[in-house]
Design a protein around this ligand. Structure first.
Ligand SMILES: [Zn+2]
Length: 187
């Protein structure tokens, strides 16, 4: 086989290979369910949140998960959209109302642990808990909270509150230089 023939064969194999890879990718991309970029859980239409964390925009399974991500990475967060929990319609964060910390935590439902009496065991930590459910109107949010508990507010209020948490008083250890100064002055 000449060198040219060898090269041609290689080229054909490469083109066929790329074609197959592309076909496989496009099939899997269309059939794959959307997953949360932070926790890998399946994204449900009624909880879907789009946010940028540290400038990287992504889809999250819920607003609580996105906030956890920002807190863990210590990055700034900005929400582009949240979903109406009742209809799955996209809401602008500035127009949305929320119920935080109700008994309904859709993301952790599948992983719920039950005690011997068949009652749910409260989870110590889950990145999607306490849940943040969005609603198109305050009336809808209040009605939901009346049935399932939780705090009602606007989405903006919630975010503002989360981004300025009551930080416990930080104790700063004295620096070595200040210790030295104190020691030398007491002498
Ligand atoms: Zn998530």
């Amino acid at each position: 086989m000449s060198r040219v023939q060898q090269l041609c064969g290689l080229l054909v194999a490469l083109v066929v290979g790329l074609g197959l890879a592309y076909a496989g990718w496009s099939v899997s991309a269309s059939s794959r369910a959307e997953v949360c970029q932070a926790c890998g859980r399946t994204v449900h239409a009624d909880m879907r949140a789009v946010a940028s964390v540290g400038g990287h925009r992504g889809v999250f399974c819920c607003a609580a998960c996105a906030l956890s991500q920002a807190a863990q990475l210590n990055k700034k967060i900005g929400f582009a959209s949240v979903a109406d929990y009742q209809t799955g319609k996209t809401l602008h964060p500035a127009d949305a109302f929320v119920v935080e910390g109700s008994g309904v935590v859709p993301c952790v439902r599948q992983h719920e642990m039950l005690n011997r009496d068949g009652l749910a065991v409260p989870m110590a930590f889950d990145r999607c808990s306490p849940s943040i459910l969005a609603f198109a109107t305050r009336t809808a949010a209040e009605r939901f909270a009346g049935q399932h508990g939780g705090e009602v507010g606007t989405f903006d209020e919630l975010i503002a509150q989360r981004l300025t948490p009551a930080v416990p008083h930080r104790i700063t250890p004295p620096s070595p230089s200040s210790l030295y100064t104190r020691n030398s002055s007491s002498r």
